[in-house]
Design a binder for this molecule. Structure first.
Ligand code: IMP
Length: 546
């Protein structure tokens, strides 16, 4: 990958815009030259940067529907920065979302599921910042840090929590539950009170970490409890004992989803008091603005901004209504840090899964693969009865599956597409280039990193959606909002698969199976974004710069 200053004859963004506006313009030509004539290249494009870009600064965001593998890309990026002898420290910043995220990182025997703590924890020379755009549940933060420290030793001395971060407590989770009851259905959230926390930040009813750390915190948080108590009484709900909210501490201990009641005001505040004590003892509260100001001009400090969720879940530009409540784009670093701008960041990476996309939540994407029994409860029953992965059980029990369904079930097992926290089976959809082009453009990324290159075999073709049409065959564009996708007809090409396992031993792009190389080249050609690295397995070493 080459970082190049923007010049007057720069054409990368005009290529991207051309493909965004006219997705089928080069389709046949690209297939012909890559797959028939064997003329292709990968990783040759340049990332265009501008003069005001800060050196050694990256953002890693999802450009699909979450769970793309951003955590381990952050971990790999830290490692790449530390190979440079001039870099003495890498600062990793989470700037939006809360512990609704699940970022998995692995090193040797250590495998960690992180939720709101940035993916810096495996590197001693890295510092983690949980910045002001995040929503923080103090007790859950204590649990998460303790869980990490049990595996890797002390991290709190390298962890900073912004005093301005948004406070999330069981009251906000109770509100999410109350909304579900009133709506008569699961609203599609993780239940961790993320959207009520952001909603109250905007309607100015919310509190911040500053309020928690202030001397009069007991009164201030107690008043908030009273307010909720009154509000819930209007719905005939007793805030103390009627609602079940997620109990992260016991979930981690028992490795199974657990819930608890909010409890009386005293119980509620006492639980928070324990976490507050822990925060004070570990001295993690920081004025992150001043921290960034100090580090900005220090060229021995690299920065990695770690996005959570993804463009497809962005509250404004995602698959509304099934979205999260924060700005998941690169420009979210501005409101999430109150210091950085997107244009400070040279390497703005969009992460996506190469051979397929996964989705959790209620949404049905146009490229969704319907499975014969896809209800989560039925699948769980199968799992318990047979002691097998859900999808294997399905594959064994049903001979009438289509090739698409067999492929989706195989992918789910092969890539272990089950929720990091909940264990829920994820939906598998075909890779959708129309969706990817939109997300990449609106996220403000300038390059891609693709994950799961090893989830393929040379016996299976891979279907890729190149664009959408209406039922009369006229091209239609992806627009954010599920209402726009109801009637679109995804158009597919079937491309040859490759030996996924062989990818793991490749030391350079030329050593990748030829059809893997062609597939990557096809994605680059069809989106206009360079793919600068791929992952070929879950371990840190399964990472290949192109
Ligand atoms: P919320 O963020 O808890 O409000 O959930 C809103 C939607 O975003 C739901 O469909 C969640 O499943 C989805 N979501 C939130 N965080 C993630 C994530 O990290 N990966 C994938 N989906 C997520």
């Amino acid at each position: 990958m080459i970082l190049r200053q923007k010049s007057s004859n720069d054409s990368q963004s005009s290529i991207q815009t051309g493909l965004f506006l006219y997705p089928t313009k080069n389709l046949l030509k690209d297939i012909e030259s890559i797959y028939r004539e064997g003329i292709f290249e990968i990783g040759e494009s340049e990332i265009v940067i501008t003069e005001d870009t800060r050196a050694s600064t990256s953002a890693i965001v999802g450009v699909a529907l979450g769970d793309e593998g951003k955590g381990r890309i952050v971990d790999n990026t830290i490692e790449e920065y530390l190979k440079d002898k001039k870099i003495k420290k890498v600062v990793v910043v989470r700037y939006q979302g809360g512990n609704n995220a699940g970022h998995t990182i692995e090193k040797g025997r250590i495998k960690l599921a992180l939720h709101v703590v940035p993916s810096f924890v495996l590197h001693k020379k890295a510092v983690g910042v949980i910045d002001r755009g995040t929503v923080i549940h103090p007790e859950d933060l204590q649990t998460e840090v303790s869980y990490i420290e049990a595996a890797v030793g002390n991290i709190s001395e390298r962890l900073l929590l912004s005093q301005d971060a948004i406070l999330n407590t069981d009251l906000l989770r109770a509100e999410e539950m109350k909304n579900r009851i009133i709506e008569g259905k699961a609203a599609g959230g993780t239940g961790r009170g993320i959207s009520p926390s952001y909603a109250h930040h905007i309607d100015r009813l919310g509190l911040t970490i500053c309020d928690l750390m202030a001397e009069d915190w007991w009164e201030v948080l107690g008043k908030q409890y009273d307010r909720y108590d009154k509000e819930f009484a209007c719905f005939d709900i007793d805030i103390a004992k009627d609602l079940d909210v997620p109990d992260f501490d016991n979930t981690v201990k028992l490795k199974k989803s657990q819930t608890r009641k909010v409890g009386s005001k005293k119980t509620y505040l006492e639980r928070i008091a324990t976490a507050r004590e822990w925060i004070l003892k570990n001295k993690i509260i920081a004025d992150t603005f001043s921290f960034h100001k100090k580090n900005y001009q220090d060229t021995s400090v690299a920065y990695v901004f770690e996005g959570a969720q993804a463009a497809g879940l962005d509250s404004w530009l995602g698959t509304r209504p099934d979205v999260t409540a924060s700005n998941t784009r690169v420009d979210g670093v501005k409101e999430g840090t109150a210091f950085w701008q997107a244009q400070d960041i040279g390497q703005r990476i969009g992460v996506f899964k190469i051979p397929y996309t996964s989705s959790v939540g209620a949404r049905r994407m146009p490229t969704h693969i319907e499975l014969p029994i896809n209800s989560k409860t039925q699948n769980s029953k199968l799992k318990t009865q047979n002691g097998l992965g859900d999808s294997i059980a399905l594959l064994q029990n049903d001979n009438h599956l289509t090739e698409d369904q067999k492929w989706a079930l195989w992918v789910r097992e092969e890539a272990h597409e089950y929720g990091t926290t909940t264990g829920r089976p994820r939906d598998i959809t075909f890779l959708d280039l129309e969706f990817l082009r939109y997300n990449a453009r609106m996220s403000g990324v300038n390059a891609f990193i693709g994950t799961h290159l090893d989830t393929a075999t040379d016996e299976q073709q891979i279907k890729v959606c190149t664009h959408y049409t209406d039922k009369d065959g006229e091209n239609v564009a992806y627009q954010p909002g599920l209402q726009y996708q109801k009637d679109v007809v995804p158009q597919y090409v079937s491309l040859p698969g490759w030996d996924g396992k062989a990818c793991q031993s490749a030391k350079s792009k030329d050593e990748l199976p030829i059809h893997a190389q062609k597939f990557l080249s096809f994605i680059e050609a069809q989106t206009g974004f360079p793919i600068i690295a791929v992952t070929t397995g879950p371990k840190r070493e399964h990472y290949l710069s192109l």
